[in-house]
Design a binder for this molecule. Structure first.
Ligand code: SOE
Length: 382
């Protein structure tokens, strides 16, 4: 595919993810110097009226009530999928076949079979210069990207331990309605796929290692909840919390915990890595900071120290404000789109790809199978 100086974008969905992606499409060119500029051509949503209103408020030129219309348009080169997981495979495969670059929200799909079909469609499209990317935005937190560079530079030595947690508390109230994220037919899985997928990707990204096997455990604390339309109650068909142990291909051992029942924790994506030469620790609730312990220093001087990851030479940070002025959740999406557009314009495959998203899906699937068989050790295909 030939890329001009502008690339038209069509976004599918306009709820939480659609809103956060929209602000990233709106501001990426103002902060990053890229050879291509995105044009917010159209947004699609199921209701014509709500899609039109969302397009208006979020800065999209036009709106459609059927995503298929986006694929027919010559002024649209990129499809950005911000819908629940049950629609990802159909939209992504059709978009790739229509010759559009695709950015798709996580988890990539609701099953391994769907994710495999998406990765295959992406592989078929790649020789034509059509790119694909799975939206694991936490890789693009400056502190997380910096942590990755410390590991890659050998500053942690040999990685032994990975401790990853994603802690939220938004459904502790039993009266919280049975929203789509609590339904297997819409979301595929619960905390495991929604937020566990993020820590799987982030831990593998920072450590540079890949999960090869797991032993999992999951539970649903509140199995019945009020239906959102007030018409009664319905069954929660996904996990409320999932934990698993894992081995990685570089020799590290890891523990993962994803829960929406950690009272007081709002969006606490935490990662601690211990290596032979040092350790690092991160918590998204203090997202501009990275804790780093250099174990090569004399004992009297060593200990975790806080690095404020806002210097111009930290990843992404130089594009924004002077040191110490801090970034937020939304910036990670601008960085994601920056990296996606850079890869498209340089004719290379962006990361993480649909193939990376497929591997995360395989880990999720293995955890579910393990949890269903009394935590039996379950290998994960590469
Ligand atoms: C809800 O749990 C949610 O919005 C996730 O779907 C996002 O991926 C995560 O970034 C924040 O929490």
């Amino acid at each position: 595919m030939e890329n001009g100086p502008t690339l038209g974008v069509g976004m599918v969905g306009h709820a939480f993810m659609g809103r956060v992606h929209s602000q990233a499409w709106r501001n990426v060119s103002a902060f990053f110097d890229l050879p291509v500029r995105p044009v917010m051509a159209a947004l699609s949503g199921l209701s014509r009226e709500r899609a039109a209103a969302a397009a208006d408020s979020l800065g999209w030129a036009t709106s459609e009530s059927d995503w298929r219309e986006l694929l027919k348009r010559d002024d649209i080169h990129i499809i950005d999928i911000c819908t629940p997981g049950d629609t990802h495979a159909e939209i992504a495969i059709a978009a790739l076949e229509a010759g559009k670059h695709v950015l798709c929200e996580k988890p990539l799909a609701n099953s391994v079979a769907e994710a495999e079909a998406m990765a295959e469609a992406a592989r078929d499209a790649a020789p034509l210069g059509i790119r694909n990317m799975a939206a694991f935005n936490y890789r693009r937190v400056p502190a997380v990207a910096y942590a990755r560079s410390l590991v890659a530079a050998g500053r942690l030595g040999e990685i032994r331990h990975i401790r990853a947690q994603y802690l939220q508390d938004w459904i502790v109230d039993p009266e919280h309605p049975l929203v789509w994220r609590l339904r297997k037919d819409k979301a595929g899985s619960g905390a495991l796929g929604d937020i566990g997928a993020h820590i799987i990707d982030t831990a593998q990204f920072v450590s540079g290692q890949s999960i090869t096997g797991v032993s999992g455990l999951s539970t649903t604390f509140i199995p019945v909840r009020p239906l959102p339309d007030g018409s009664g109650h319905g069954e929660v068909t996904v996990d409320d919390a999932a934990l698993f142990l894992a081995r990685l291909d570089g020799g590290a051992i890891a523990s993962f915990e994803a829960t929406r029942f950690a009272t007081g924790r709002k969006n606490s994506l935490r990662l601690e890595i211990n290596g032979s030469l040092g350790s690092l620790a991160f918590d998204f609730e203090a997202m501009n900071e990275l804790e780093f312990h250099d174990h090569t220093l004399p004992g009297a001087e060593s200990g975790f120290r806080r690095v404020l990851v806002t210097e111009a030479d930290h990843p992404y940070a130089g594009a924004w404000w002077p040191p110490g002025h801090g970034l937020g959740y939304e910036h990670t999406f601008t960085h994601q789109i920056r990296d996606f557009l850079a890869a498209i314009s340089e004719n290379r495959d962006p990361a993480p790809s649909f193939t990376d998203g497929l591997h995360v899906q395989r880990v999720i699937d293995a955890v579910e199978r393990s949890a269903a068989t009394e935590s039996r050790w379950t290998p994960v295909a590469a």
